[in-house]
Design a protein around this ligand. Structure first.
Ligand SMILES: NC(=O)c1ccc[n+]([C@@H]2O[C@H](COP(=O)([O-])OP(=O)(O)OC[C@H]3O[C@@H](n4cnc5c(N)ncnc54)[C@H](OP(=O)(O)O)[C@@H]3O)[C@@H](O)[C@H]2O)c1
Length: 258
């Protein structure tokens, strides 16, 4: 039974059409928040809305492409106009493209960095503006353990995820005076469409990976779930984390410990 820790709070969630972002949207709603969720895919946005409402939660879907500055600005401002303020934001959207370094192209670079770094910057910028005018708030950026140690065949993705850590710390340092806390959750392997796609791409290689083989490498056992990551995101947005800012919470089942 949820404690409704976020009753009367307004939470903005990117990547709410799938995987971790959908899990975070559901978790905020279960805890009483009104959730504004974003993504490009309207069908999957409607599915998140259906899931939230089936549990009695409140959810507004805003179609938004992080590559389009006007859409990001407009999305956050729509949320502000409608609800008057933003208390929490979880930036969960991201893309993954794997390749050996010499096989990556400039188009891959643009795709990965547009969504994972430029898109995150655009969201953070608007969220901070909104929270500064509202007297404070809490933001969580979802990065990855791939930002903390290099994973082979993923160099551009790894680099885009390490940018999340430094952006989080730098912006947190500047925004503390406005009562805005900014932290990062750094997940290990989480069973989502992104991970499933990655696993499928290894099926015909010399080193195929499965959810089971990944889970075997997690000291705490079992593959991670979107709900597990959502727990960390909500903790960092909660009153219990009121003195935490600029931090990276590694939620990986012990994955980086080996
Ligand atoms: N799954 C893992 O094992 C894992 C591990 C560590 C970190 N992460 C990180 O967790 C985050 C979420 O990953 P996931 O596994 O939940 O992936 P996912 O299931 O593929 O979901 C990705 C989400 O990002 C959104 N998105 C992507 N590009 C976008 C764009 N240009 N504009 C707006 N929304 C966009 C997608 O929405 P639309 O398609 O509707 O636009 C979707 O909601 C990512 O940042 C990823 O790096 C994942």
């Amino acid at each position: 039974m949820p404690f409704r820790t976020f009753e009367d709070k307004i939470a903005f969630v990117t990547g709410a059409t799938s995987g971790i972002g959908r899990g975070v949207a559901l978790a905020f709603a279960r805890e009483g928040a009104t959730v504004i969720g974003c993504g490009r895919n309207i069908t999957r946005g409607a599915e998140t809305q259906r899931l939230v409402e089936a549990e009695g939660g409140t959810f507004l879907f805003l179609p938004m492409d992080l590559g389009d500055e006007t859409q990001v600005t407009g999305g956050v401002r729509t949320a502000l106009d409608r609800y008057g303020r933003l208390d929490c934001a979880a930036n969960c959207a991201g893309v993954d493209r794997s390749a050996g370094f010499l096989d990556y192209t400039a188009a891959d670079f643009d795709c990965i960095f547009d969504a994972n770094v430029r898109g995150l910057f655009l969201c953070l910028h608007e969220e901070v503006l909104a929270m500064r005018s509202g007297g404070g708030g809490a933001i969580v950026n979802v990065g990855s353990v791939a930002g903390q140690r290099p994973f082979r065949g993923n160099s551009l993705y790894n680099a885009s995820r390490s940018a999340v850590t430094m952006l989080t710390r730098s912006v947190a340092a500047e925004c503390a005076e406005w009562g805005i806390r900014i932290n990062e959750v750094s997940p290990g392997p989480v069973l989502t469409p992104m991970l499933t796609g990655h696993l499928e791409s290894t099926a015909q290689t010399d080193a195929p990976m499965t959810a089971e083989s990944l889970a075997a490498g997690l000291p705490l056992g079992g593959i991670l779930s979107p709900q597990g990551i959502a727990d960390s995101v909500l903790f960092l947005c909660s009153l219990q984390a009121s003195k935490i800012t600029g931090a990276t919470l590694v939620a990986d089942g012990g994955f980086v410990l080996g």
